[in-house]
Design a protein around this ligand. Structure first.
Ligand code: ADP
Length: 171
């Protein structure tokens, strides 16, 4: 029987704003790292959303989360511009996580636009784990602002960073 690595499929780019990374993101990254020879977690520097953390902080927090999870063959990088261009330049697939049907419309629309722009770049969707289906960075920030427990939602380094960042006041 083939070893699992015989079925790995080149380079994957798991892209997002990750403001901040949470356990649902880490679960997708861990599982994508088992599928691809190499996984690049690509942290978008300026999405059209208001951000709590700087690009450098979001990259460092993702690295800290991966380190705690012991993921191999994964690098974390920052990028600007279009995700599909970043993936094309690295001959990579785009990896996205799907929580529920609510993610589906937007993600499919984005994948179709990316295919329109770069027909050779495939998008791979991984089904989010049920135990993290309710998790989003927005909700995590709301919970942190409310002073509630963050255990089980984010790695300890992210919980600490959220508390510190929120003590500094709103962005
Ligand atoms: P965006 O790229 O829209 O800024 P995020 O940075 O929050 O979004 O998420 C990056 C990727 O992770 C997206 O593909 C998103 O669907 C996925 N994702 C977010 N939360 C979860 C979760 N709880 N479980 C699985 N995938 C998730």
């Amino acid at each position: 029987m083939d070893s699992p690595s015989a079925h790995r499929i080149g380079v994957g780019v798991y892209a997002g704003s990750f403001d901040p990374v949470h356990n649902g993101h880490l679960d997708i990254a861990r599982r994508a790292a088992r599928l691809f020879d190499r996984l690049i977690v690509a942290v978008y520097d300026r999405p059209s959303k208001s951000l709590l953390f700087s690009p450098e902080q979001r990259i460092d927090l993702f690295r800290a989360g991966l380190h705690a999870a012991g993921a191999q063959n994964v690098v974390v990088d920052g990028y600007s511009g279009l995700t599909v261009t970043y993936a094309r330049d690295r001959a990579a697939c785009i990896v996205r996580g799907l929580r529920a049907v609510t993610d589906f419309d937007y993600e499919v629309q984005m994948a179709q636009m990316n295919r329109h722009l770069e027909a050779d770049v495939e998008t791979v969707f991984l089904q989010g784990a049920l135990e993290y289906a309710f998790l989003s960075s927005t909700l995590v920030k709301d919970v942190a602002r409310g002073g509630a427990r963050l255990e089980g939602l984010v790695p300890p380094a992210v919980a600490d960073a959220l508390r510190t960042r929120l003590q500094q006041g709103r962005p």
